[in-house]
Design a protein around this ligand. Structure first.
Ligand code: HEM
Length: 280
């Protein structure tokens, strides 16, 4: 420590309270720590079609898994993994219309992961999915205990690693870049779930606004940062947001201008081909 001080080293300051009471600050901290940058954005945008192709498989496997165990299956009856389901009730199967409808939610979610991650709206959606499983909603709360959530994210990650690594056409360089980016997104998603289950930061509970993911101020800021505040979610717009992310990525201005459109321009110093592990 002394040696560091002698060198004039100053660690970056992180406002602890802001991590709990300010959604955007929490996201920024996670991006910064995980070094989520332009290389990841590029990998996600260019890899979106491969991830989309995996969606039906992921959805089938995840529901198969969740319905195989009573504790997770019952959540689809009772909206809680902690409530016992009456024994004489029929267990749900993948063909039940109820589960078919729920599969649509997961498909929808995975499609959203293929949208433009340079928009704060992308992260707000991830935040909302986390919050809504934690029993925070006043109307019809959904309480899924964290153990099942963490396992489920791990399972999705495992499917993606296997599928992407065994892809026939993608180069190893692109596989690595895409998996690194997806893993970072999944770990941020994990934090968005975990934050409602761990007790850290409880002393700020009164100041944690459940609406911080929706707040107008945040959306206005986003508008200023990204130049758009479109919340619609149609397939056509999925495509156009990917196109716009692509053009943002490929505009030399956004990569070099620190005050320019893309806030990730200065974050990703390494290219998607570089890996810090095997660099030497
Ligand atoms: C990777 C982890 C998970 C993700 C990303 C995820 C995602 C979602 C999404 C996007 C929705 C729909 C939200 C909406 O109404 O717009 C949802 C609803 C739901 N999820 Fe999850 N989920 C995860 C884990 C789990 C687990 C482990 C369980 C059960 C043990 C579960 C049970 C439910 C239930 C019961 C609903 C409500 C369905 C309804 O309202 O009909 N989820 N989830």
């Amino acid at each position: 420590m002394e040696r560091l001080l002698d060198n004039g080293f100053q660690p970056k300051h992180v406002d602890r309270k802001a991590l709990y009471v300010n959604f955007e600050e929490r996201i920024k901290y996670l991006h910064d720590f995980l070094e989520f940058g332009i290389a990841d954005v590029e990998a996600l945008v260019t890899g979106a079609k491969y991830v989309k192709a995996l969606i039906p498989t992921v959805v089938t496997l995840v529901y198969e898994k969740l319905l195989q165990r009573d504790i997770t299956s019952r959540a689809f009856h009772t909206r809680s993994t902690a409530k016992e389901k009456p024994e004489d009730e029929d267990w749900l199967t993948e063909d039940t219309p109820q589960i078919q409808r729920r599969k649509v939610f997961l498909r929808w979610y995975l499609n959203r992961l293929c949208q433009d991650p340079t928009k704060m709206e992308f992260w707000r959606y991830i935040g909302k999915v986390g919050m809504m499983h934690s029993g925070q909603l006043r109307m019809d709360p959904l309480s899924v205990e964290y153990i099942h959530i963490g396992a489920c994210i791990g399972y999705i990650q495992d499917i993606m690693i296997e599928a992407i690594m065994s892809h026939q056409q993608l180069s190893l360089r692109r596989k690595i870049a895409l998996l690194r980016a997806l893993t970072k997104v999944l770990w941020i998603q994990n934090d968005m779930f975990a934050r409602w289950h761990v007790k850290d930061g409880d002393e700020f509970a009164d100041e944690i606004s459940l609406m911080s993911m929706d707040d107008q101020e945040g959306q206005d800021k986003e508008k200023r940062m990204f130049g758009s505040n479109d919340s619609s979610v149609s397939q056509e717009e999925d495509k156009s947001s990917l196109r716009s992310a692509n053009s943002t990525l490929h505009s030399s201005k956004s990569r070099t201008d620190p005050t320019g459109v893309c806030p990730f321009a200065n974050l990703g110093k390494a290219s998607s081909t570089q890996t810090k592990i095997w660099a030497n």
